[in-house]
Design a protein. Structure first.
Length: 129
């Protein structure tokens, strides 16, 4: 098993050096390492069907992107209203794309809203302002 220091050292190795080190550590031949790598690269898992709506990970629908400023995520219809994530009609493949969209659009919407209202104070007694 690799320790943190070994992993840090391995990062600076060439692919060939790394293969040799793994083969030595696992006590198997470099040919076996190559075979394992090729098996992982060529691994095929056929899709045989889908499950019901109950198990869906991605759905479609929401506020159409044509109604949102892509530079700020602000509504083009209702000023000062910002959208992010799954409220918008954007969907991607499974594998983290939808999460990345949620984080990225959320950051942009939040930053845009904060930038717009920076220095604005609803009343002199509001704290913080």
């Amino acid at each position: 098993m690799y320790r943190i220091q070994q992993i840090k050292m391995a990062i600076n190795h060439t692919e060939e050096e790394f293969r040799k080190e793994i083969a030595s550590e696992l006590k198997i031949s470099e040919d076996k390492i190559d075979s394992l790598i090729q098996n992982l690269i060529n691994f095929y898992l056929p899709i045989t069907g889908t499950q019901s709506w109950k198990y869906a990970q991605v759905t479609g629908g929401g506020v159409t992107v044509e109604e949102v400023n892509p530079e700020t995520m602000e509504s083009k219809i209702v000023p000062h209203l910002y959208f992010a994530g799954e409220i918008l009609d954007v969907d991607g493949d499974c594998g983290g794309y939808n999460l990345q969209w949620a984080w990225s659009s959320g950051y942009l919407a939040g930053k845009s809203a904060a930038d717009r209202w920076q220095g604005w104070c609803p009343s002199p007694s509001a704290i913080p302002c």
